[in-house]
Design a protein around this ligand. Structure first.
Ligand SMILES: [Ca+2]
Ligand SMILES: [Ca+2]
Length: 108
């Protein structure tokens, strides 16, 4: 009776760490996948930010860090579409599409 108890007790100690290790491994995998996804999202956001910077670089003629509609519409082939986009991006409805507004609109 006593030995059976000891055996069960010993088995508990053998199984428990194995289960714990398995759990950690699974968590590790999920964690790594999550980290990878986050890294990919971060990279995508960084890429979008670079694009925003690029667009501002080209279009922000007076270098005030935001685009008025004239600046934004220069070089756009689809003026009506660009106007709609300007309205959509210009969240606070002033005359400027700020870098922050552009980034917000892109989910950055
Ligand atoms: Ca400007
Ligand atoms: Ca604005």
């Amino acid at each position: 009776m006593k030995s059976a108890f000891l055996l069960a007790f010993a088995a508990l100690f053998l199984i428990a760490p194995a289960e714990a290790a398995k759990g950690n491994k699974d968590n590790g995998k999920a964690g790594a996948a999550k980290k990878e996804k986050k890294a990919a999202e971060r990279a995508e956001r960084a890429q979008k930010r670079e694009k925003v910077d690029g667009v501002l670089d080209v279009k922000d003629k007076n270098k005030d860090g935001s685009l008025d509609s004239d600046e934004y519409l220069i070089g756009e082939s689809d003026i009506e579409g660009a106007k709609a986009r300007f309205k959509q991006f210009n969240k606070n409805g002033d005359r400027y599409m700020s870098k922050g507004e552009i980034e917000d609109s892109l989910g950055l």
